[in-house]
Design a protein around this ligand. Structure first.
Ligand SMILES: [Zn+2]
Length: 118
């Protein structure tokens, strides 16, 4: 599946079709409202100039949220620690809505319990 930010400066491909999309309520996801499909890296390939995104890193600095500098869409996050087995996720809201509408959405409680709620 293919995703793109609004202006097209940041594109990604997700190899195959995700079995689920993850909606998270952590401090940043509740503000951005992405639908995540997780890597590992290799399943997700990002196509963007190195300076095309703002890489937002906070807290324990384990990952970076990437947002297009031009149009403001948050397209993916990438782990900053090489040991992480699942070190990337793509925001599938960047994809054609018709392609993702039948994929089940699971709610992840990233705010408190760090478990799936449904
Ligand atoms: Zn853009």
């Amino acid at each position: 599946m293919n995703g793109s930010c609004h202006c097209g400066a940041v594109k990604f491909t997700f190899d195959g079709r995700p079995t689920r999309l993850v909606q998270c309520n952590c401090s940043i996801c509740r503000r951005l409202s992405p639908l995540w499909a997780h890597g590992p890296e290799g399943k997700i390939t990002v196509y963007a100039a190195p300076d095309a995104t703002i890489a937002y890193v906070w807290g324990d600095k384990g990952l970076a949220f990437h947002t297009c500098k031009t149009c403001g869409c948050t397209t993916h996050w990438a782990g900053l620690e090489e040991t992480s087995p699942q070190n990337m996720a793509a925001n599938m809201r960047m994809c054609d809505p018709k392609e993702i509408r039948d994929i089940p959405v699971r709610l992840f409680d990233g705010a408190e319990s760090w478990t799936f709620l449904g």
